[in-house]
Design a protein around this ligand. Structure first.
Ligand code: BDP
Length: 723
């Protein structure tokens, strides 16, 4: 080999293996970035603790664990790491007492017992004269989670000396929901086409499918419902099931169970029946046969996710049956195979006076009527993933019905892929709310994890809607909410702030000059989004259909509950929805003392004020300002928060790669522009009711109200599904 060739090869090798530049910082790797540790001292420490690994590879899950560990450690420690059977140097030893003699010899059975099938422990332990890092679990999937757990510790630069850490998930089903249509458009997806290439499946297995599974497994996600809840019946035909089967095979080693959203009319639409009545013997047979067929292909199939009698979707009501009867026919079909039904409680009927009340009024009388293998899937709030909602009163009202929470990662109401809006604070806010269902401390999280009512089955669902965009989520920071959702589904006691810190370290850098300000940006971002859209308990002021821009003036629709006026009820007297006894009395759905607090104008936290009260414009607020002044103040504060986020971010130049720095910088510019539009639209519109001035100290809107009303129809809405 000539010298020139040799040096060219060396250069190529350098480019290929030097990490950062080759892979690019386009966000594809999400938080699973295994670039060399930049702190030299720490790097040396890790290298002295880890020379090799020892792990059995006799199952696909262990193979996946081995690969992850080798790739991760080789990258992070920037050295060749191998899997070896002899243990004569400090190693990472991963396994179960059944597949690892080393672990069996450590006598960890007592410690492992409480960790269940999925938990794991990480210990720094002596064995035959060497110190090793042990990852031990009861089952292979726990080993895989432990591998991701150890890599996370290293990625976040946590010292391993003397480490003794153990963890197990708090809920059983940790599910991601995709609202993907079979034509690959994603409802409320803002990051490209559906990940599932139906056209090339089952023959072509896109490598992305494995990375998708790795990303989810790394945060403990163990189930995926891969198609839209507004479900196309065709998903249950052979044509699609053979494709679903391949995806299920790919996900299986990563512990991810396949779920499908089903259309309640499938017996008619694809089964040739003339009814979908859940009590009809033909329908019962259809579902039982369909379940058999699916389990033939996918023996560990998880079950069905169902949106029924909601927003035009068919359901049992069409046949005079209730939700429990609808869910139970599916539950019966799945039960012999160990499958479950996630039955959604997202229902509302245009005839009702208050959409807030409906899910509770409909489902509480059915408590105890659902089969044991049904879980009711309830959105965090009573309306629909708004920037801030009080918790749904269904949490705490269903002692006899397994109940899981549904959260939204995709930013349907938070500026799509264009705004930075870390959802960690929203998720933890609702999880930590106290329902008082069984006295103080009955938090939503404890209802959901089964400890309040002893639920048989527990779970959390996150609507994630990623797509084929190179970075999966469009805005790089939407990744952080996916991460937060997964981490909280595993352990709801984590704080939004510590999750943000982890995510930043794994996704960007361990440099504190970046971590501290960016954590602050993230923690502020949700509140900023509330303030410039709908502060003080306002809600749903969106343009109809796409939910991107503001339209507080919107008052006419075939369905009043799809207008903004329905929610804000602004008039010359004041603003807000009266849900006390003088109004819809939805407050009565909460336990005491929550109901009394919400009911009382003087006690209710101001963040929820206009959710429950119609308040006069000159009502005095805690700050001493009138309601009108406070409202204006909040809208302006929201814009200032975004400007502050922008300034903070712009200071970050040079601390991370230019690619993501510039991307986020540009997006924050868009967010600032949109925040001003939201503020001006809302303030000018509400002014037509209050008749009050925007105090002089604020920058006055650049345009009149009509200008903003016109924008509603001429501004491009960045949503392919909607357009
Ligand atoms: C709303 C969305 C709609 C969904 C619906 C649901 O606007 O696209 O189909 O929720 O959750 O948030 O079923």
């Amino acid at each position: 080999m000539t010298k020139l060739k040799h040096s060219t090869i060396l250069l190529l090798a350098f480019i290929l293996f030097s990490g950062t530049d080759v892979f690019g910082q386009d966000g594809y790797r999400m938080w699973l970035k295994y670039d060399k540790i930049s702190d030299d001292q720490l790097l040396e420490q890790y290298r002295s603790q880890i020379h090799q690994i020892q792990i059995a590879t006799d199952t696909p899950t262990l193979e996946a664990a081995e690969k992850e560990l080798l790739d991760g450690l080789s990258g992070l420690l920037d050295t060749e790491i191998e899997n070896r059977s002899e243990l004569n140097r400090s190693s990472v030893v991963a396994g179960t007492p059944a597949n690892s003699e080393t672990i069996a010899a450590l006598g960890l059975e007592d410690d492992l017992r409480q960790l269940g099938d999925e938990g794991y422990l990480i210990r720094h332990t002596e064995h035959n004269g060497n110190a090793h890092i042990i990852i031990a679990a009861n089952e292979d999937i726990g080993v895989l989670y432990g591998v991701f757990g150890l890599l996370r510790k290293i990625q976040t630069n946590t010292g391993l000396d003397g480490i003794s850490y153990e963890t197990a998930p708090k809920v059983q089903f940790r599910v991601v929901n995709h609202w993907d249509n079979l034509d690959r458009l994603v409802e409320r997806g803002y990051a490209g086409l559906s990940l599932w290439e139906w056209g090339t499946l089952p023959e072509y297995k896109h490598p992305r499918y494995i990375d998708y599974a790795r990303i989810n497994a790394s945060i403990g996600i163990n189930a995926a419902a891969i198609n839209n809840v507004n479900a196309d019946p065709l998903i249950l035909t052979d044509q699609f099931l053979e494709k679903v089967e391949v995806l299920a095979d790919i996900f299986r080693p990563y512990g991810i169970q396949m779920f499908l959203s089903i259309n309640f009319h499938s017996p008619v639409r694809i089964g040739g029946l003339d009814t979908a009545d859940p009590l009809d013997p033909g329908v019962i047979e259809f579902w039982a046969d369909k379940a058999d067929e699916i389990y033939e292909r996918i023996p560990d199939f998880g079950g069905f996710l169902v949106k029924a009698d909601s927003e035009g979707q068919p359901g049992p009501h069409g046949y005079g049956r209730d939700h429990a009867q609808g869910a139970n026919v599916l539950a019966d079909a799945l039960e012999p195979h160990g499958g479950v039904v996630f039955w959604r409680a997202f229902v509302y009927d245009p005839e009702q006076d208050d959409r807030f009340r409906e899910a509770y009024d409909e489902f509480v009388p059915l408590d105890g009527k659902f089969k044991d293998n049904v879980i009711l899937q309830v959105k965090n709030g009573p309306i629909d993933f708004q920037p801030r909602e009080p918790f749904s009163p269904l949490f705490g009202a269903l002692p006899e019905t397994n109940t899981m929470i549904e959260l939204q990662v995709t930013q349907e109401y938070f500026g799509f892929n264009l705004h930075l809006a870390y959802q960690g604070p929203l998720f933890t806010e609702v999880l930590n709310e106290d329902t008082y269902a069984k006295g103080e401390g009955s938090t939503v999280a404890k209802v959901v994890d089964g400890s309040v009512f002893d639920y048989e089955l527990t779970g959390m669902a996150g609507v994630i809607n990623p797509g084929t965009d190179r970075n999966w989520t469009g805005h790089p920071f939407v990744q952080s909410s996916w991460y937060a959702y997964g981490r909280l589904a595993w352990d709801h006691t984590l704080s939004a702030e510590e999750i943000a810190d982890e995510w930043i370290r794994m996704t960007f850098t361990n440099n504190n000059e970046f971590i501290d300000p960016v954590t602050e940006i993230m923690m502020e971002s949700r509140e900023a989004g509330v303030n410039y859209r709908n502060p003080l308990g306002l809600t749903h002021l969106y343009a109809q259909g796409h939910h991107y821009g503001p339209a507080p003036w919107h008052s006419e629709s075939s369905r009043p509950d799809w207008t903004s006026a329905y929610y804000h009820k602004a008039d010359d007297y004041g603003i807000g929805f009266d849900r006390t006894e003088t109004g819809s009395n939805a407050v009565e759905q909460y336990h005491e003392p929550v109901a009394s607090v919400f009911r009382d104008l003087d006690k209710i936290p101001e963040d929820y004020l206009l959710w429950f009260h119609h308040v006069s414009w000159d009502h005095e607020m805690e700050s001493g300002r009138t309601l009108w002044e406070e409202l204006v103040h909040k809208y302006y504060e929201g814009v200032e928060q975004v400007r502050w986020m922008q300034e903070q971010w712009n200071e970050m130049e040079g601390l991370i790669d230019d690619e993501r720095f510039e991307h986020v910088k540009a997006l924050l510019k868009i967010q600032e522009r949109d925040a001003v539009r939201w503020r001006d639209s809302c303030v000018l519109y509400f002014q037509t009711h209050s008749g009050m001035e925007i105090p002089e100290q604020y920058e006055q809107p650049e345009h009149d109200l009509q200008h903003y009303i016109d924008l509603e129809h001429i501004i491009y809405v960045p949503d392919p599904w909607y357009n």
